[in-house]
Design a protein around this ligand. Structure first.
Ligand SMILES: [Fe+2]
Length: 159
């Protein structure tokens, strides 16, 4: 195999890795959206008004992120998860149907955001290696929102 052919194989493999990681963070995002939506529906207590609204803001923001990620993945020749089963197979975020208290919900959101930050970080590294600026920019915007949400929900839990 010539060096040029080798480079082509490497590039193809790198692209496959980016697509796989994009598919993974997309699935994690979709699982996260459903979880936060569930918290929006089931939160109770003194902080109902603020959290009910904040959770809605958060899942709507992630709905837009997921849409952008899925469309980018398709443009790169990848395929987004087509079923909920497939979403959960690919997702790093674990689903829950347990009804928990308001503070615990915020704790779960923070843990999931940290998990998502890791997945997006890996995706950014892979896209950067490939020199795919468009994908890096898309992922960077999500990573910025994750940090901002971590600040917001982290502040909520601080006395
Ligand atoms: Fe609602």
């Amino acid at each position: 195999m010539t060096t040029q052919e080798m480079t082509l194989v490497d590039a193809r493999e790198a692209k496959g890795e980016v697509n796989e990681q994009l598919g993974r963070v997309l699935a994690s995002s979709l699982a996260f959206i459903q979880k936060v939506r569930f918290f929006h529906w089931t939160v109770r207590g003194r902080d109902f008004f603020s959290l009910h609204e904040q959770f809605e803001t958060l899942y709507k923001q992630w709905d837009a992120h997921a849409d952008g990620l899925a469309e980018r993945l398709v443009r790169l020749g990848g395929r987004p998860a087509g079923t909920l089963v497939e979403v959960m197979e690919r997702s790093e975020v674990v689903e829950t149907s347990r009804e928990i208290g308001a503070d615990q919900m915020v704790g779960v959101v923070i843990d999931d955001l940290k998990l998502l930050a890791g997945g997006f970080g890996r995706a950014i590294d892979l896209a950067e290696e490939l020199g795919d600026r468009t994908t890096v920019n898309l992922l960077d915007a999500v990573a910025d929102d994750i940090q901002h949400s971590l600040y917001l929900f982290g502040s909520y839990l601080r006395d």
